[in-house]
Design a protein around this ligand. Structure first.
Ligand SMILES: [Zn+2]
Length: 260
C-alpha cells in the first residue's frame, strides 16, 4: 500500500552499497523507518530528500517490516541552518534526541510541529543553542518524567510565593532559598533562568516571541539539562559529543587569534 506522508529525517544510515535507511518523524504515522534504494548515489532522485533533518513529502510503500521510499519531494532543506556548523550540530542534537526518545509508529502531531518550528526558527537565524534547551525542557515529560517547575520540591511553596534559587537534579526540580541546603549538589540558578525554564516548559513555541538568552543563562541551562538527561534518560547523544569537540576547537582558534 502506498501512502504519502510529511516527514523530517531524524536519522540516515547507509545500507549496502547504494541504499540508505532513513528514520522519519512523520505528521501522519509518527516515527517510521524506510529504505531509500539507490539514495547513496549522487545522481539519485532520493539523495537530497534523505539528508539529516530535511523536511519533505514522502511517498512510501508500506510493508510488514521496513517500508520503502518510492518518491520524495523536498519541502525545506533548511539551507541557511546547514551553512552554520554550530547551529547544525544543535539541530542534530534535536533530531537524535527525538529518534532515541520516541517510540515507533506512535503518532504525536504536537511533537512534529514543535520540531518543524524549531528548525524553521534556526534556519531564520534564531539562537540554536537556546532553542535546543527549550526542546530538551519540553521533552522531559515525553521521556516519562515530571520535574517540579512550579513548586519547591522540598517545602512545596509556589513560584509566586518564593524565589527559587537552585535546581536539584537528584530530586528533579527547583529549590527555594530555605530548602537549598537539602541538596548540596543542586545547581545555583538565577531568577531569570527559573522564569525561562518555566516558560520553556509551559508555553507553546509559537506563543513565544523572539527568544533572547544571555550566555550566562545558557551555561546554566546546559548544565542542568544535560545533567538531568544523564541522570534519568540513559540516552547517549553522539551529536552532543561532536558539538563539544566543535566548541573546544572554536575556543582554541579564538584564543589562538587573541595571542597573535
Ligand atoms: Zn522550599
Amino acid at each position: 500500500m502506498l501512502q504519502r506522508v510529511e516527514g523530517i529525517v531524524l536519522r540516515a544510515n547507509p545500507y549496502g552499497e547504494s541504499n540508505v535507511i532513513i528514520t522519519l518523524l512523520t505528521r501522519e504515522l509518527g516515527k517510521i523507518g524506510v529504505v531509500a534504494r539507490g539514495a547513496k548515489k549522487t545522481n539519485s532522485r532520493l539523495a537530497s530528500v534523505t539528508q539529516l533533518f530535511t523536511y519533505g513529502s514522502y511517498l512510501i510503500q508500506k510493508g510488514s517490516g521496513l517500508g520503502t521510499l518510492s518518491q520524495g519531494e523536498l519541502i525545506d532543506s533548511f539551507r541557511d541552518l546547514r551553512e552554520d556548523l554550530i547551529a547544525t550540530s544543535y539541530a542534530s542534537i534535536i533530531v537524535e534526541l527525538t529518534d532515541k526518545a520516541v517510540e515507533e509508529k506512535k503518532n504525536n502531531p504536537y511533537l512534529f510541529e514543535l520540531i518543524l518550528q524549531l528548525l524553521q526558527r534556526m534556519n531564520d537565524g534564531a539562537d540554536a543553542e537556546a532553542l535546543t534547551y527549550l526542546y530538551m525542557t519540553k521533552m522531559i515529560p515525553v521521556l516519562g518524567y515530571h520535574p517540579f517547575f512550579d513548586y519547591c520540591i522540598n517545602c512545596k511553596c509556589s513560584a509566586n510565593e518564593n524565589i527559587f534559587v537552585a535546581f536539584s537534579v537528584k530530586d528533579g526540580g527547583f529549590l527555594c532559598q530555605r530548602c537549598k541546603h537539602t541538596d548540596p549538589y543542586a545547581f545555583s540558578i538565577t531568577e531569570k533562568s527559573v522564569k525561562l525554564m518555566r516558560l520553556f516548559y509551559h508555553f507553546d513555541v509559537n506563543r513565544l516571541g523572539k527568544i533572547e538568552v544571555s550566555e550566562q543563562t545558557k551555561k546554566v541551562l546546559q548544565q542542568i539539562l544535560f545533567s538531568y538527561y544523564d541522570e534519568y534518560s540513559g540516552i547517549y547523544l553522539k551529536s552532543r559529543k561532536f558539538l563539544e569537540q566543535l566548541k573546544a576547537m572554536d575556543n582554541f582558534l579564538k584564543s589562538d587569534k587573541k595571542s597573535e
